[in-house]
Design a protein. Sequence first.
Length: 160
Amino acid sequence: MQIRTATIDDLTAIAQVEAACFPPAEAATADEFKDRLDHYANHFWLMFDNDKLIAFVDGFCTDNPNLTDEMYAKADMHNESGAWQMIFGVNTLPEYRSKGYAAELLNQAIKDATNQGRKGLVLTCKEKLIPYYSKFGFVNEGISESVHGNVTWYQMRLKL
């Protein structure tokens, strides 16, 4: 498996993986991913099985300590020198799940955020995933202000 950051050429594959991983109300669109790639392609961690994109993690950097719904839609809010690495999505194709690939990508994102001098990483997740992210050191901060996709999200933070 190969891990690398994204380029605009990855747009179609990224949008396809997202659509396979999230219901339509929660999934980012190809247009949203294009905007994200235009602003912070270097904050997409992609995993390939040969030439096939099987998993990715993405999110931008900001000085805002909390992940808000506005951030999903406004890629231009990215601040390359921001203190916090937000994680907007952790995606693995269903047939590749439970093999540790998402963990490899999260560990790479954590390593890169550490090397870039960030204060930490912030993500939101559904309640059933709190124990998973806790294994990486993320701490549950309670119900997020996010109402993305009409779902209850929990904000989790990993301080570096």
